[in-house]
Design a protein around this ligand. Structure first.
Ligand SMILES: Nc1ncnc2c1ncn2[C@@H]1O[C@H](COP(=O)(O)OP(=O)(O)OP(=O)(O)O)[C@@H](O)[C@H]1O
Ligand SMILES: [Mg+2]
Length: 298
């Protein structure tokens, strides 16, 4: 089976021929209790809990840099494999452009699981996902709004290239993902009880636009809207320093990543922006598509 795997700082997304699913990129060492029902993953003689269930352990680890990513990737691979009906044979994943030197290392980690591994630049997953809609374009700006990072790739038509485009520019902007909007959201809250909730909890409230606070459901959609608008302004400003007026002039603009659930084209002055369905899965879906073409070539 071929799988597209997108390990994010927030969630890990997986796409196969049949389905896409995701889980929080969390791991914790498993501390057994007297009686419990929990799925564990064993690696190098240690037992771990991966995903949502990890939050009930005392030592939750969130993936926050490339070091953690390399360290825990084998665990995520094993967890994913346990949750699929078939063994993965080809695994396609991506790395932010600035970590491209780690590609071989990542491929090696994948190959240790006995699957063939291929790393492509993050962002290209989105390209392969939306290729059918954008391939006629002269130039394309792809924006991936994640939880921690905002990535962009600028592509320019080039017939000499196999994919028909040449990568003209790309960058990863750390601490510029939708978590910026969540921080903004928190700053604007008045109630100190809610303000002091963990970022993880606040993020849940942000995603739902409401939350159960001390047994009462409170609507936060207005506060969220304000935070999202403020964040969109920041995004425009930052992208202008990165790519200048290209943001206004580029023929095709694509917004994906989970942040595209909130940031719409109008907010960045491009009502024509293309947002794929379930944008948080765009990258993983595209990795899968790429994997399929690799599989067919073999
Ligand atoms: N199904 C959804 N409904 C609503 N919001 C969502 C959904 N999926 C993701 N989001 C929002 O988008 C944010 C970013 O999600 P995404 O999965 O793209 O981040 P990530 O890839 O883990 O982060 P990074 O790219 O920084 O590593 C989430 O924190 C959440 O706020
Ligand atoms: Mg991401």
């Amino acid at each position: 089976m071929i799988i597209g795997l997108d390990v994010g700082f927030g969630r890990t997304k997986v796409c196969t021929e049949e389905k896409c699913f995701s889980f929080p990129s969390w791991v914790a060492r498993h501390t057994p209790s007297a009686d419990e029902e929990v799925e564990t993953v064993s690696l190098f003689g240690e037992e771990y809990v991966v995903g949502e269930d990890a939050k009930y352990e005392s030592s939750l680890i969130e993936i926050s840099d490339i070091k953690d990513y390399l360290k825990y990737l084998p665990l995520f691979l094993k967890y994913v494999s346990q949750n699929l009906s078939e063994t993965p044979e080809i695994i396609i994943t991506g790395l932010p452009p600035k970590y491209r030197n780690y590609a071989e290392k990542v491929e090696k980690i994948i190959e240790d699981t006995e699957a063939a591994g291929k790393v492509i630049p993050q962002g290209m997953g989105i390209f392969f996902d939306v290729k059918g809609q954008v391939s006629q374009s002269e130039d394309i700006l792809i924006i991936d709004i994640g939880y921690n990072t905002l990535d962009y790739i600028m592509l320019v038509k080039d017939e000499r290239k196999q994919i028909g485009f040449r990568k003209r520019k790309s960058n990863t902007i750390d601490n510029f993902g939708i978590n910026r909007a969540v921080l903004e959201f928190r700053n604007n809250l008045e109630d100190s009880y809610i303000k002091n909730l963990s970022l993880t909890r606040l993020n849940e409230i942000f995603i739902n636009g409401k939350g159960r606070i001390l047994n009462e459901t409170v609507d936060f959609s207005k506060q969220r809207e304000r935070a999202v608008n403020a964040y969109a302004e920041m995004v425009i400003g930052r992208l202008k320093t990165e790519v200048g007026d290209f943001i206004a002039n580029v023929e095709t603009i694509v917004i994906a990543g989970g942040g595209a659930r909130f940031i719409k084209g109008e907010m960045i002055g491009r009502p024509d922006a293309f947002i794929p369905e379930k944008p948080e899965f765009s990258q993983a879906r595209g990795y899968f598509v790429f994997g399929k073409t690799l599989g067919e070539e073999k």
